[in-house]
Write a protein that binds this ligand. Structure first.
Ligand SMILES: [Zn+2]
Length: 172
C-alpha cells in the first residue's frame, strides 16, 4: 500500500502554486518514492506532488504505466521550453475521480528540470508522454482538468461531483 493517499478536488493544495525545490533532502527522495507508489497503485501515468498533499515542484511520470522501466521519470522543478503541434485527447486525473474530458495539448514538447541526483536534464517527449508532462506541470501551477471546461460544463461538473462525493459518503 502506498504511504501517501492521493488528495482529491476540493483540497486547496491542488489549486495553488507549488514551491520550487532548492535541495534534494531525504524527505524529497521519500516523497518521490511515495508518489511513484501512489501513481502505480492508482494505475496512473503521472503524478504531481500536490496530489499527495506536498506543495512542491516535483512530478513523476511513466507513460508505460509500469510496463517499461525506461519510461519512468522523476523531474524536479520541471519547465517546458518548447511546445509544438496540437492534439486533442481524453484525459482523466487521479485527483478528480470519475471524470474525463477532451483536452487539447501540444503533441511535442522540450522541457528541462533536475533529476534526483541533482543534475540538469533535458527531456523531449511526444504523444502520451508529452501530454502527461503538461498535465503534471499544470498541477504545479494549481491548474486542473476542470479549468479547461467552459462555465456551463463547469457548473454541470460541480453538481455531478457533489453528488458523487455524497454517494461515496453514504457507502461508509
Ligand atoms: Zn491530474
Amino acid at each position: 500500500m502506498p504511504r501517501r493517499r492521493i488528495v482529491i478536488y476540493g483540497d486547496p493544495v491542488l489549486q495553488k502554486d507549488a514551491e520550487s525545490i532548492t535541495s534534494i533532502s531525504s524527505s524529497i527522495i521519500a516523497l518521490a518514492e511515495d508518489m511513484q507508489a501512489a501513481m502505480y497503485a492508482g494505475n496512473g501515468v503521472g503524478l504531481a506532488a500536490p496530489q499527495v498533499g506536498a506543495s512542491v515542484r516535483l512530478i513523476v511520470l511513466d507513460p508505460s504505466a509500469g510496463r517499461d522501466p525506461r519510461q519512468r521519470l522523476v523531474v524536479i522543478n520541471p519547465e517546458i521550453l518548447e511546445m509544438e503541434e496540437e492534439e486533442t485527447a481524453e484525459e482523466g486525473c487521479l485527483s478528480i475521480p470519475e471524470f474525463v474530458t477532451d483536452v487539447s495539448r501540444a503533441r511535442l514538447i522540450r522541457a528541462i528540470g533536475m533529476t534526483m541526483d541533482g543534475k540538469s536534464v533535458e527531456i523531449e517527449a511526444e504523444g502520451l508522454a508529452a501530454r502527461a508532462f503538461q498535465h503534471e506541470l499544470d498541477h504545479l501551477n494549481g491548474r486542473l482538468l476542470i479549468d479547461f471546461l467552459n462555465p456551463l460544463q463547469r457548473d454541470i461538473f460541480e453538481r455531478k461531483y457533489q453528488q458523487m462525493l455524497s454517494r461515496k459518503r453514504n457507502l461508509l
